[in-house]
Design a protein around this ligand. Sequence first.
Ligand code: SF4
Length: 437
Amino acid sequence: MNYTTQMDAARKGIITKEMEIVSKKEKIDVYLLRDLVGSGKVVIPANKNHKSLNPEGIGKGLRTKINVNLGISKDCPNIEPEIEKVKKAIELKAEAIMDLSSFGKTEEFRKKVVEISPAMIGTVPMYDAVGFYDKELKDIKAEEFLDVVEKHAKDGVDFVTIHAGLTRKTCETFKKNKRLTNIVSRGGSLLFAWMELNNKENPFYEYYDKLLDICEEYDVTLSLGDACRPGSINDSTDASQIEELIILGELTKRAWERNVQVMIEGPGHMPINEIQANMLLEKKLCHGAPFYVLGPIVTDIAPGYDHITSAIGGAIAASSGADFLCYVTPAEHLRLPTLDDMKEGIIASKIAAHAADIAKGVKGARDWDYKMSKARQELDWEKMFDFCIDEEKARRYRDESMPEHSDSCTMCGKMCSMRNMNKILEGKDINILREDN
Ligand code: SF4
């Protein structure tokens, strides 16, 4: 039987090879997975032209996934360092890579990334439009934006961020309800500028059916962007953000009528006490579609440490229902991340995702911690390294400060509680002062 998208297949009762792979990875029943894909509660972004893809599912009951942003820009146009980042992201097992290239040889870079990446690939076609046509933003015609989406779809990207919910009406709401940090979404601010300069409706909203045609043809998952995501904790959960979310819910239904898979993008900057309510609102207003959060960053005052502010927010968001975390690096708000920044961002996001999976009760999540704690109790350092989320750092720290007794560490030495408890419970003596063991 033929099918267009994973959602179409699921609704026809077909188990695709992608569903089989995801069900094995997640250890969930493939028929349950198929039904979740059919209902829109799980997406499997898998463009028909992404031949190197190792598919992943995002959504209800599945492990929380993480995304890594990278890409070339006018200030950093060299492809090679960004390809190194792609390789590092794959090595560190990021499930998704967003190519946010905005200038230069974007097509060459995008095609290369699709060719080498088993991780799913996302893009924001809006970023590429100016370079694609080599003309000023205001001179780009509404339909031309759709052609950029089609180009990315043909090149094999698995999901695209489209800010279709920023309508003229949302813009009016934004103007009436002043914000401290206005619109901080890059794509959202470009769209707002285009709409203001041309006095026209959002092209992605106006031509939404054409957008769905493209997504259906290539099975590109729509990641409905939140142009009005808060850029400061002052602006969170305000009228613009919520009005846009309501529109995204309506657009989700329209996409599902065409069997197009949908994720919803979310905040942004947000104080801890608002996160849980925002997760609930998204799930209610967007009918259970998977939630992809960009943070949330829980305080605005920590440039240089925003991998931590966002990991705190990400862990709370994911344990409250978010399904997909966009990494944030220590370079956020400061510069384009280096390879080291990227690694720190990935590890921080993976910790947040895993902590949330434990709280969510995701199958197998606690087993990893059990194995680590068992190795710790046994003072089996090699096993501990095996279970570390960042083995390289753990080994380096220990190597830099070796203890007198190799079973303990330099934190407590012979007062090591693990060591002494093991000895006492085995009926052995312990000594703290004597030289012998
Ligand atoms: S010495 Fe202290 S910190 Fe180090 S392993 Fe033993 S109990 Fe843990």
